[in-house]
Design a protein around this ligand. Structure first.
Ligand code: 4AD
Ligand code: MG
Length: 447
């Protein structure tokens, strides 16, 4: 029997008879030629049936097969530059065709354009489409790259709890639940505080898991459940943190370029822009960013959009500001030194400028905006206690956290990278919802 192959390795089998197990994605015919686009989970390949070469019964069976039927196909691999598919450039001349299951002939996610709500309601089927399939393959590679780089650079993985007794990133976006007789528990907004404990035992750590924010934001950058990797490093200041972040992000992009080029091409992503991503990334202060935004505001002639871009020192960037700022860049850009008032309670103040924090966000270029948020952490126990009080956080829940500043406190820093925003940027997508298999937003928890 012909050997079973994966479509993404088809180039190794030119001239050989092979077998693929998959599904019919699309079917067209031209006279005596029938073209099937078959997907097998690893790729999409064109399979061709020529009437004169096959028994009539078999040809008719192929002619009638509905979209999404599951099939096992045997055939000979040929190189043909014109053949569509992912990776494309090869086709299979059909010699055998078995139907495993004949699909019902009313497949809802057919090949025409559908509205956003329709495709999201059919997400369980939509993921079979080439664009969605490509995005989720890239997502898996981004996650693999994240773990690889951290594991190979002295970081140890520490799983932090999802059920937590207190907020980390502000009390306004908490999902809460009753925790037996112990009071309220909250779904984790971040594993950072636990990682700050972990570094005093392991020096460099990361947690990587789902993160929950009851964000009322309806932007194309926000989910209520997203995946975040959070590295934390002892004996590390803000400049060293930026050095780490740019190495890390460069590695992720390079790995995707090597392993998922066919998928990027299928999404029409301009890979040339990604190919020039190398350290160093530009580093600008928040103060400088404010100046740039003022210039953008003043030179904007579109009255309606202009007001959205108005910006004064002390504000946090909104989506329109991040878009405008990063449209000017082709590499990711660091913005450091945000106002203390717009950032979380745990950030170390700038020396001599307490209104500024030792924070840094990494903004993805081409209008994408923040993919990483990070900072140096407060190492002084008295200042930290003041901040916990100022932010109205429950002191009791933070007793353990204050201990970290009493026993061997050191300058330390860390950051969180959002997987979905990173994937949206690398894939060149407009909206973050396509970057996770089953997106959760304020208005969606189905399927
Ligand atoms: O800037 P954030 O809120 O930072 C933290 O949570 C820190 N505790 C991280 C740390 O220092 N350990 O979130 C970090 C990143 C953002 O840059 C963004 O990529 C992503 O997480 N993110 C979201 N992604 C999708 N939907 C949301 N609602 C997100 N909120 C944050
Ligand atoms: Mg942030």
């Amino acid at each position: 029997m012909a050997s079973l192959i994966q479509i993404d390795r088809i180039q190794d089998y030119t001239g050989q008879e092979v077998r693929i197990e998959g599904w019919v994605y699309h079917k067209t015919h031209k006279g005596k030629l029938l073209f099937l686009l078959i997907r097998d989970g690893y790729g999409f390949v064109q399979c061709v049936a020529f009437k004169n070469d096959l028994p009539e019964e078999l040809f008719q069976k192929i002619l009638k097969i509905p979209q999404e039927s599951s099939v096992v196909i045997t055939g000979v691999v040929r190189e043909d530059k014109r053949a569509p598919g992912i990776p494309g450039g090869f086709e299979i001349g059909i010699t055998g065709f078995e139907v495993v299951h004949q699909s019902i002939d009313d497949y809802p996610v057919a090949l025409k354009e559908h509205g956003v709500d329709f495709v999201l309601d059919h997400r369980h089927l939509w993921i079979r489409m080439p664009s969605q399939w490509a995005i989720l393959r890239i997502r898996a590679t981004v996650i693999q790259a994240i773990r690889e780089w951290l594991d190979n650079n002295g970081f140890i993985n520490m799983d932090t709890p999802i059920l937590t007794p207190a907020a980390c990133e502000g009390t306004t976006t908490l999902f809460e639940t009753q925790y037996f007789d112990e009071g309220k528990a909250y779904l984790a907004q971040s594993g950072q505080l636990y990682n700050e404990a972990n570094i005093f035992a392991f020096k460099k750590v990361y947690c990587f898991g789902p993160t929950f924010r009851a964000e009322k934001s309806k932007t194309r950058r926000h989910l209520t459940e997203f995946w975040m990797v959070e590295p934390e490093i002892a004996f590390c200041d803000l400049d060293q943190l930026m050095d780490i972040e740019e190495q890390f992000v460069t590695y992720i992009v390079k790995k995707v370029l090597i392993e998922r080029k066919a998928e990027l091409r299928s999404l029409n992503r301009d890979v040339a822009i990604l190919e020039q991503i190398e350290p160093p990334f530009p580093r600008i202060s928040y103060d400088q960013a404010v100046e740039i935004l003022k210039e953008i505001y003043e030179s904007n002639e579109d009255k309606d959009n202009r007001e959205l871009l108005k910006f004064d020192w002390g504000m946090d960037f909104g989506s329109p500001h991040e878009t405008a700022l990063t449209e000017k860049f082709s590499k990711p850009v660091f913005v450091y030194g945000y106002p203390t008032q717009v950032k979380a309670f745990y950030m170390e103040p700038w020396q001599g400028r307490p209104e500024v924090s030792k924070s840094v966000d990494l903004l993805a270029p081409e209008g994408y905006g923040e993919i990483i948020g990070g900072s140096e952490r407060i190492s002084n126990p008295d200042l930290l206690l003041d901040r916990i009080r100022q932010h109205g956080l429950p002191e009791n829940a933070f007793k353990w956290y204050l201990d970290l500043r009493k026993y061997g406190s050191v300058p330390h820093s860390g950051f969180g990278l959002g997987v979905e925003r990173t994937v949206a940027w690398i894939c060149g997508l407009h909206h973050i919802r396509e970057t996770i298999p089953y997106p959760r937003t304020i208005k969606r928890i189905y399927p």
